[in-house]
Design a protein around this ligand. Structure first.
Ligand SMILES: [Zn+2]
Length: 44
């Protein structure tokens, strides 16, 4: 994984941010929710 790929992955699921974006449906997620409200994908 090179630096560009690493930066892209970090932007999709950034566990240090207050919000993250679901990689499946691009719904904004609240940290600590653990499951995407849009598609039900379990993230963390
Ligand atoms: Zn989703």
């Amino acid at each position: 994984m090179d630096q560009d790929q690493l930066a892209a992955a970090d932007a999709v699921v950034d566990l240090d941010a207050d919000q993250a974006t679901c990689p499946a449906c691009m719904t904004e997620l609240e940290k600590g929710n653990g499951r995407c409200p849009g598609c039900g994908l379990r993230l963390f």
